[in-house]
Design a protein around this ligand. Structure first.
Ligand code: PEP
Length: 249
């Protein structure tokens, strides 16, 4: 049985003044059925861990380097994230792929480093609007799945997030049929590569403009095991109803 996951990606938002949001979420969801993950900026990880040592929330980071240590100014290793309190790392987010020119092989290298350090990985993938309009979505997702995910994963350590790039931060959301088609496709491709038992245990998240108003409908889709949420994860007020909808699904 896959445990549902509500994952919040704070991106480049948040200072110590925002730690209260994590504290409030932890208090509001002490009995959560779903797992809750917040990925604040690296600067807040250690302090946020004060509110996540016990309780329903786990911490994630938003990127890591593929090397364990060394001369990589400004970068951060998987070991450092673990040391700061993270148990997950988000990899291959479209903003990393676009703004930092990350390709599938970079994501795979980072994922290997993260798994070696003992982190779980949330590997993101999604199509551009032109790719969807040209009916290439499944080809794009198939390529990203094959290229970004290393071989040595398990249902415990891998989460896949389907995030259509045109839906991130735009308020646009694919139809339920489109979400369903891609999630079914991802599950089938994972089964082909890792076997049906492992594939059944991997959680698949939908990401892209998930809000309190649309969460329940999205969570009712087969093969959607939760969400990766950007903007609506920044405050407990917005994220809380999304977690409640996931618990109720
Ligand atoms: C994201 O950045 O992963 C995301 C889904 O953002 P938003 O929820 O703001 O669209």
């Amino acid at each position: 049985m896959r445990r549902k996951l509500a994952a919040g990606n704070w991106k480049m938002n948040g200072t110590s003044a925002d730690l209260g949001q994590i504290e409030a979420l932890a208090a509001a969801h002490s009995g959560a059925i779903s797992e809750i993950m917040i990925a604040p900026p690296h600067t807040l990880l250690h302090r946020a861990s004060e509110f996540t040592k016990t309780g329903p929330i786990t911490l994630g980071a938003q990127d890591c380097h593929k090397r364990e240590s060394g001369a990589h100014t400004g970068d951060i290793s998987a070991d450092m994230l673990l040391d700061a309190g993270a148990s997950y790392v988000i990899l291959g987010h479209s903003e990393r792929r676009t703004e930092h020119d990350e390709h599938d092989e970079d994501v795979r290298g980072k994922a290997r480093a993260a798994l070696k350090a003992g982190l779980r990985v949330i590997i993101c993938m999604g199509e551009e609007l032109e790719e969807r309009e040209a009916d290439n979505t499944l080809d794009i997702i198939g390529g990203q799945l094959a290229g970004s995910i290393p071989d040595d994963i398990s249902g415990e350590t891998l989460v896949v997030a389907y995030e259509p790039i045109w839906a991130i931060g735009t308020g646009k959301v694919p139809t339920i049929a489109q979400i369903s088609e891609v999630h079914d496709f991802i599950r089938a491709r994972l089964a082909k590569r890792f076997g049906p038992q492992v594939a059944r245990s991997i959680r698949l998240l939908y990401g892209g403009s998930v809000k309190p108003a649309n969460a329940a409908e999205i969570f009712a889709v087969d093969n959607v095991d939760g969400a990766l949420v950007g903007g609506a994860s920044l405050t407990a007020q917005d994220f809380s109803p999304i977690i409640a909808a996931l618990d109720a699904s």
